[in-house]
Design a protein around this ligand. Structure first.
Ligand code: GLU
Length: 391
């Protein structure tokens, strides 16, 4: 067993994400035998003192079978109605199956706003933590009945990663119909190689994520890698494993093939975790190489290093910072509204007062409000002098 692959029992708090296709059969509905087996696995983990949270998909799939809807894409209101019907059945199934092990289940339905807005995020976190404190297993899903396109996660992979970081879990297990990460989508490329250990999510790893998703589920490998970035950046390890066997958690313990993503060595603070996990940054700051170097060494982002700004954001909104080669390298809270930020783009911090008419902050994004989310080039070359002076 490698250093990355450690026994599940070594973890303190585990979030388990379960894909729709594992729980619901298109024709026969709920796969109760599988659910019973996974609940036995959860009970075994809990008996070892581990906190367990479940992010369960399947509301829409379940509603589809209950309502006998035809296959194919659903309109938004149809999938919302299906979710409303399916979620009740799904939650009841979890509650009943866990109760056979004397475990209490608590349902939590989240929308994007519950994790993006700081105050609502703190509220949701407090409720989930209270459930864990009393020994219950939170059964979490997106509140599909009210979430519309602009305000939804749409996939439970990223939602589960958000839940993991929100609750400071140390392991996220994504159970789906694929057993892990391959160098290319295995159903399309016979040469695709399986990758067991992923020490860091590099651009090469990101490039391996294909699109694919089945009819019952939304998340393909893309959303799993996105989930990995959110989780590992916050110091939470992640596993992608097949849930197709009964007792999938026990199978992981017994060494079944799965992909393990190492947590980043330096977990950031809870506040920075929240910044990094924001799904919809309000704008983008395109920076030059000098600024990219400076960010890599822990400095603030100064207006001088910004080349171009996109989006319409306010001070305090999350913005993505895009490196010289077009990839996102960091996220942070904007120190200026977008129109002011545009006026001081490329200018020295000493000029800010003359341009804006007031002495603003030296940094466009202060290092305390900034978190590296991509790989930053760290060349030997010194960052520009001014960066060193201010940050
Ligand atoms: N929230 C959706 C459901 O419960 C599933 C989203 C997903 O498959 O990732 O039906």
């Amino acid at each position: 067993m490698s250093a990355v692959r450690t026994p599940l029992a070594n973890h303190r708090r585990i979030v388990i994400k379960i894909g729709s296709a594992l729980l619901v059969d298109r024709k026969t509905g709920l796969k109760s035998r599988w659910l019973e087996a996974v609940c036995a696995d959860i009970a075994a983990l809990k008996a070892k003192g581990i906190d367990v949270l479940v992010v369960s998909s399947g509301a829409i799939a379940m509603g589809r079978t209950v309502l006998d809807l035809p296959s194919g894409a659903l309109k938004l209101e149809e999938s919302q109605a299906a979710a409303a019907v399916g979620q009740i059945a799904l939650a009841r199934a979890w509650s009943e199956s866990l109760s056979r092990h004397r475990i209490v289940a608590g349902q939590i339905l989240l929308t994007l706003g519950d994790t993006e807005e700081r105050r609502r995020y703190l509220n949701a976190r407090a409720t989930i933590n209270q459930l864990l404190k009393i020994g219950a297993v939170p059964i979490i899903n997106e509140n599909d009945t009210v979430a519309t396109t602009e305000i939804r996660y749409g996939d439970n992979d990223r939602l589960a990663a958000r839940v993991a970081t929100m609750t400071s879990a140390d392991l996220l297990v994504l159970l789906s119909d694929i057993d892990g990460l391959y160098t290319a989508p295995p159903h399309l490329d016979p040469e695709a190689r399986f990758i067991e250990i992923i020490p860091a999510i590099t651009p090469e790893i990101e490039a391996m994520a294909g699109g694919a998703a089945s009819e019952l589920s939304r998340g393909g490998m893309r959303t799993k890698i996105d989930a990995g970035k959110i989780a590992t950046g916050a110091g939470c390890a992640m596993i992608i494993a097949s849930g197709k066997t009964d007792h999938p958690l026990r199978a992981i313990e017994e060494g079944t093939r799965s992909s393990w993503f190492a947590p980043s060595g330096t977990p950031v603070t809870a506040r920075k975790t929240w910044i990094a996990g924001q799904l919809q940054p309000a704008g983008e700051l395109f920076v030059d190489e000098g600024a990219e170097n400076a960010l890599g060494t822990g400095k603030s982002l100064l207006p001088a290093g910004v080349r171009r700004i996109e989006g319409n954001f306010h001070r305090g909104d999350t913005v993505a910072i895009i490196g010289a080669d077009g990839r996102e390298i960091a996220r942070g809270l904007a120190g200026y509204d977008a129109d002011e930020a545009r006026q001081i783009t490329g200018r020295k911090s000493a000029e800010i007062e003359a341009i804006l008419g007031y002495a603003g902050r030296a940094a466009m994004v202060h290092r305390d409000d900034l978190v590296i989310t991509g790989s930053v080039r760290k060349t030997k070359k010194e960052g520009r002098k001014e960066d060193a002076a201010h940050a």
